[in-house]
Design a protein around this ligand. Structure first.
Ligand SMILES: *[C@@H]1O[C@H](CO)[C@@H](O)[C@H](O)[C@H]1NC(C)=O
Ligand SMILES: *[C@@H]1O[C@H](CO)[C@@H](O)[C@H](O)[C@H]1NC(C)=O
Ligand SMILES: *[C@@H]1O[C@H](CO)[C@@H](O)[C@H](O)[C@H]1NC(C)=O
Ligand SMILES: *[C@@H]1O[C@H](CO)[C@@H](O)[C@H](O)[C@H]1NC(C)=O
Ligand SMILES: *[C@@H]1O[C@H](CO)[C@@H](O)[C@H](O)[C@H]1NC(C)=O
Length: 403
C-alpha cells in the first residue's frame, strides 16, 4: 500500500526532475531569447573633417587613402579607400554646443566601391555623472539606408562585458566636412563584476545526505531555489561574476621604427595625417592620426630579451586630438607550453590614467570563445621609440569544447 508520505515524495520528485530538465536546458542557452534591452539610451555624435585649413576645429582626418585620393579631400564620390581617424563629440541632444557626455574615438574606412558605406571600429568613452566607462563598436555602416545597426562588442567599467547593437541615423549633413549621427544604443547582455562579493566556498567534506533530510520543507526550498535558478537562466541579461576563470599577466614591448632601426623595430607607422612629417616621426602634438602596425613580443616578465610566450599582432591608431589616446585592434597569439591559441583585443586606451581596460571579444584554441578585459598599465615609455605595457588578462567567460 502506498502511504501518503510516499505519494507526496513521488509528486515532489517529479516536480524536481522536470525542473532539473528545464534548468539544464536553459543552462546551455545556445539560442538566447531577449525581449528588451537591459540598457538603452541615445546620444548624438558630431564630426568635422579636416579639409586642409580647419585643423583647429576638425575632429577627424583622412589618414589613409587610395592612389587617386589625398589627405584633404574625400576620394571620388564613393570615397572608396579613404581611412578616417576621429575624436568626435558625443552630446545628449542634437546640438553641437551642448556639453559633451563623452567622446567617440576610433576609425572608419569607406569600403563600398559603388554606393556609400563604411566599416567602423571605435569606442564611445563616457565620463559623466551617469556613466563612466566605454563601449566598443564594430561593423559595416551602409550609409544610404535610413537606419543602420552595428554591433556593440564589448565594454568596460559601467559597461563591463556589455553587448548589443547601436542604431545609426543621420541627424544632419553640413557640406562635405560635417555631419551628425543619432546613435541609439541597445544593450542586451551585461556583466557585473562583484568585486566585494563575500564568496562562500563549497565545503569538500560533504557527507552523503541522510534519507531523513528529505523533509517537506527541504523539498519546498529545493523547488523554490530551482525555480529561481531557472527564471534567471532564462533571462541572462545581467550576469554576475566574482572572479575571472583565467587570469595572467604578460608584458608587451613595442619598439617603433624610427628610420634607422629596421632590424629591431617591432612596429611601424603605416598611415598618418596631412600635417605629419613622414613615416619615421610621430605627428605632433598628440600623434593624432598616426596608425601603427605591430608584431610585438609578449613576455612573462618585463625584460625585452626574455623568451617570448607569444606575440601581439595588429594595429593601434592614435585618436586623441587634444588628450592622448589610441584605439587598439589586435590579437595575442600564444604558442607556449602553457597556452596555445589566440585572444582578440579591441578598445580605446586612454593612455593617461594609471590603468585602463580594453575588451577581449573572442579567442581560439585554449581560449575558444573567451571574453573579458585586459587592464593596461604603462610600464616604460622611452622617448617616442619604445614603450612597454603590463597587460593583466582577465577572462570571465571561458568555453571548452568536449571532444
Ligand atoms: C574648410 O572648412 C572650413 C569650415 O570649417 C571652411 O571655412 C574652409 O574654407 C574650408 N577649406 C577648404 C580648403 O575647403
Ligand atoms: C572654429 O570654431 C569657432 C567656434 O566654434 C569659429 O568661431 C571658428 O571660425 C572656427 N574656425 C574654423 C577654421 O572653422
Ligand atoms: C586633393 O584632391 C582634390 C580632388 O579630389 C584636388 O582638388 C586637390 O587639389 C587635392 N589636394 C592636394 C593637396 O593635392
Ligand atoms: C573623468 O573626469 C574626472 C573629472 O573631470 C577626471 O578626474 C577623471 O580623470 C576622468 N576619467 C577619465 C578616465 O578620463
Ligand atoms: C538636427 O539639427 C539640425 C540643425 O542643426 C536639423 O537640421 C536636423 O533636422 C536635426 N535632426 C534631428 C534628427 O533632430
Amino acid at each position: 500500500m502506498i502511504t501518503m508520505a510516499t505519494k507526496i515524495s513521488i509528486i515532489f520528485l517529479t516536480i524536481i526532475l522536470s525542473l532539473l530538465i528545464t534548468c539544464s536546458a536553459t543552462d546551455l542557452p545556445r539560442l538566447r531569447h531577449v525581449r528588451r534591452p537591459c540598457k538603452k539610451f541615445t546620444v548624438y555624435l558630431h564630426e568635422t573633417r579636416y579639409n586642409g585649413s580647419n585643423l583647429a576645429n576638425a575632429t577627424s582626418a583622412i589618414v589613409g587613402e587610395p592612389a587617386w585620393g589625398n589627405k584633404t579631400n574625400l576620394a571620388s564620390t564613393t570615397r572608396f579607400g579613404d581611412l578616417i581617424t576621429f575624436d568626435n563629440l558625443l552630446t545628449k541632444d542634437n546640438n553641437t554646443l551642448s556639453s559633451p557626455v563623452g567622446r567617440a574615438q576610433g576609425f572608419y574606412l569607406y569600403d563600398n566601391n559603388k554606393g556609400l558605406g563604411a566599416w567602423h571600429g571605435f569606442s564611445m568613452v563616457f565620463n559623466n555623472t551617469k556613466y563612466k566607462g566605454s563601449l566598443t563598436l564594430a561593423g559595416e555602416n551602409p550609409l544610404l539606408m535610413k537606419t543602420r545597426d552595428i554591433s556593440v562588442i564589448g565594454g568596460t567599467d559601467d559597461f563591463f562585458m556589455h553587448r548589443g547593437i547601436a542604431t545609426f541615423e543621420t541627424a544632419y549633413v553640413d557640406g562635405l566636412i560635417s555631419y551628425g549621427l543619432k546613435v541609439t544604443v541597445k544593450l542586451y547582455e551585461a556583466g557585473a563584476y562583484l568585486n566585494n562579493f563575500n564568496y562562500m566556498p563549497i565545503p569538500h567534506n560533504n557527507k552523503p545526505m541522510a534519507a531523513k533530510t528529505f523533509t517537506i520543507p527541504f523539498l519546498v526550498i529545493l523547488i523554490l531555489s530551482l525555480l529561481i535558478v531557472c527564471s534567471t537562466a532564462e533571462f541572462p541579461q545581467l550576469r554576475h561574476v566574482r572572479r575571472p576563470c583565467k587570469r595572467f599577466v604578460v608584458y608587451y614591448h613595442d619598439l617603433r621604427y624610427n628610420g634607422t632601426n629596421r632590424d629591431n623595430a617591432t612596429s611601424a607607422i603605416v598611415g598618418e595625417p596631412d600635417w605629419a612629417l613622414n613615416k619615421t616621426k610621430l605627428a605632433r602634438p598628440t600623434f593624432f592620426g598616426d596608425i601603427l602596425t605591430f608584431d610585438d613580443p609578449l613576455t612573462e616578465d618585463n625584460n625585452f630579451t626574455s623568451p617570448p610566450v607569444g606575440r601581439a599582432q595588429g594595429f593601434y591608431l592614435y585618436d586623441g586630438k587634444k588628450d592622448p589616446g589610441a584605439w587598439h585592434g589586435f590579437s595575442m597569439v600564444f604558442n607556449s607550453t602553457k597556452y596555445k591559441g589566440s585572444l582578440n583585443i579591441v578598445g580605446q586606451n586612454l593612455i593617461t590614467p594609471e590603468t585602463r581596460d580594453v575588451s577581449v571579444t573572442g579567442g581560439t584554441g585554449d581560449f575558444l570563445m573567451h571574453r573579458g578585459i585586459v587592464t593596461l598599465k604603462t610600464d616604460a615609455d622611452v622617448g617616442q621609440v619604445y614603450f612597454r605595457l603590463r597587460m593583466e588578462v582577465k577572462l570571465y567567460e571561458c568555453w571548452k569544447l568536449d571532444e
